[in-house]
Design a protein around this ligand. Sequence first.
Ligand code: ATP
Ligand code: MG
Length: 397
Amino acid sequence: MTRLRPVVVVHYHEISLKRGNRPLFLRHLARNLARAVADVGPVSVRQRPGRIVLDLEGHPQPEAVRDRAQRVCGVASVLLGYRTASTLDAMRAVIGPLVEGRQFASFRITARRAFKTYPMTSVELNRALGAFVLERVNTRVDLEHPEVEIVVEVLPDEAFVAMDRRPGPGGLPVGASGTVAALLSGGIDSPVAAWRMMKRGCRVVFVHFHSVPYLPPISQAKARALVERLTEWQYVSRLYQVPFGEIQREVVLSVPGPARVVVYRRLMIRIAEAIARRTGALALATGESLGQVASQTLENITAIDAAAGGPVLRPLIGTDKIEIIHEAKQLGTFEISIEPDADCCTLFVPKHPLTRMSVAEAEAAEARLDISRLVESGVEGAALETFEFPTPVPAAH
Ligand code: ATP
Ligand code: MG
């Protein structure tokens, strides 16, 4: 009996990797993979040509490692399988126990050689290993829609044999693209927007504006729950809770109702930028989607951006609400977002905000506000909370 050595093999989209970026991408990906599985048991992470291998010899929960690895940004697909020598006999010795006693109507072998000097071509490997399976199981080959796919990857000094390939999120590993500060409300859109930025390799710092004590602390708790959830994709998060109620009260005193929504947003942008500068973030991100609500017209977006000193990224700008909801459900943020809540933006907001506010109108509406004092009060009042995933195990004494 050969001893089975379980592994998770991680693939990424190589075509999207420019030569110079590849080492950095791989460093971040390997580090994030190690981090994502750190609490489920001992795993050694190895970079091999075209893939990253997680060795799980003696590991108590190989499936749990696979499930965690499957969610790491930058991962195109994962395979849970076994490592063996790169001889035909060794591969057969692994495939045998995998298929024996199992029933499947059809299968295919998908063999790949990571080096071209191997004595057999992939087609020859497919044939030889396919024939081996057909001798043991009453089944047939179906290349198009097989019930079972047996993946075989051959490297010069080792081979991997695995049964089913699972898709990852794709994208880039968190950290590879720098840091952004995301404006996180308690709503459905902004958590999805933040996740989209993570998927493009950004580390996300979160900024939430709340109206405590004018409103109960529900939105703060929702922001916390959302960040906790999203930390599963970036492992460490910072959330800045910014007191905004007093600022809103001052806005109400001098800004006419219909102009307030844009004025609130411009203040949020300025405060978030000041926080972003402190955290090394190079851009902001919001959950706006063009035309979704009154404040999200091209005119109002222009008026909001005029208050910004740097880029305001809007990853959902062209996404329909239905798609956003679908993604929120997959991320597990939807259930948190739909909890009833009196968002700070429902406080002191008129029924009919201006839908086409010019930059000049926005500036005129703000004329009587002491902008720098308001911004400073938000930045100074911000409370920092930190999150980790996996939850750190308390040190033993
Ligand atoms: P969401 O579902 O993300 O709340 P929305 O459809 O409610 O978005 P708006 O209320 O116009 O849209 O908010 C637009 C964006 O402004 C949000 O996606 C978010 O990025 C930011 N934002 C709004 N309110 C807050 C808040 N209280 N704290 C932090 N950011 C906010
Ligand atoms: Mg909202």
